[in-house]
Design a binder for this molecule. Structure first.
Ligand code: PEP
Length: 255
């Protein structure tokens, strides 16, 4: 039996509070009592509280797109795990390739953030994935393994089980190019096998490994059919309610 589909919408640096509330309301209208997939919305920080109010008492969950690892202090511009909890977040996206590329986020930083999130009871959605030049140089597996092992360094099995891994080939993010389902499956399978080596078979078969990179209503059903693909982290297509709703509906068709 395959794992329950997990679909998260990463709104990145888009939407005013009013626009975010409208989008959240449209999603709530369709999924207020839906339990066939875990649905997660990741608005910008400024809209977290407004979206939290809208989805309260529905199964739809809230995520932040980043955080710092300290609890509080003189860290101008940063947001702590405690603050995210306070704002109603259940999840936090960590190690997104845009953070790695534009904000110098290292595997070590990602690992510190994962530990801090887990300590405060926030579930991390951890992104890994190779750049185009790395894929072309035949280094996909090497890069993904380094990021995965780095992220999970010193994390105990019972904590690791709570993490959602998002495989996001950088060349497929926001480019309209999706990895072919079998191309993505190859890496998902490798991620699951690596989890099996680091922990146990149980954890390897229970952990959620989702795909990200130009997911749309037209390709979700093909991706989700793959054995080791449990859902999607959706960027661009999560900004329009009709597309995001169709992606969720597509993800549960065969499950
Ligand atoms: C993302 O931001 O994680 C992402 C996968 O974006 P997009 O769906 O637009 O490629």
């Amino acid at each position: 039996m395959k794992r329950k589909p997990f679909i998260a919408g990463n709104w990145k640096m888009h939407k005013s509070i009013k626009e975010a509330a409208e989008l959240a309301n449209e999603i709530k209208r369709r999924f207020y009592d839906f339990d066939r997939a875990e649905i997660v919305l990741a608005p910008p920080f400024t809209a977290l509280a407004a979206v939290a109010d809208i989805i309260a008492s529905t199964p739809v969950k809230l995520a932040a797109q980043n955080m710092f690892w300290e609890k509080e202090g003189a860290f101008t511009g940063e947001v702590s795990p405690l603050m995210l909890k306070d704002a109603g977040c259940s999840y936090v996206i960590l190690g997104h390739s845009e953070r790695r590329a534009y904000f110098c986020e290292s595997d070590e930083n990602v690992n510190k953030k994962i530990k801090a999130a887990l300590r405060e009871g926030i579930l991390p959605i951890v992104c890994v994935g190779e750049r185009l030049e790395e894929r072309e140089a035949g280094k996909t597996i090497e890069v993904v393994e380094r990021q995965l092992r780095g992220a999970l360094e010193e994390i105990k099995e019972e904590e690791a089980r709570k993490i959602v891994i998002a495989y996001e080939p950088v060349w497929a993010i926001g480019t309209g190019k999706t990895a072919a389902p079998n191309q993505a499956e190859e890496v998902h399978k490798f991620i699951r096998e690596t989890i099996g080596k680091l922990y146990t078979e149980d954890t390897s078969s229970d952990i959620l490994v989702i795909y990200g990179g130009s997911v749309k209503p037209e390709n979700i059903t093909f991706l989700i059919k793959e054995e080791d693909i449990d859902g999607a982290l959706v960027g661009g297509a999560s900004l329009e309610s009709d597309k995001f709703i169709k992606i969720i509906e597509g993800a549960v068709l065969d499950v």
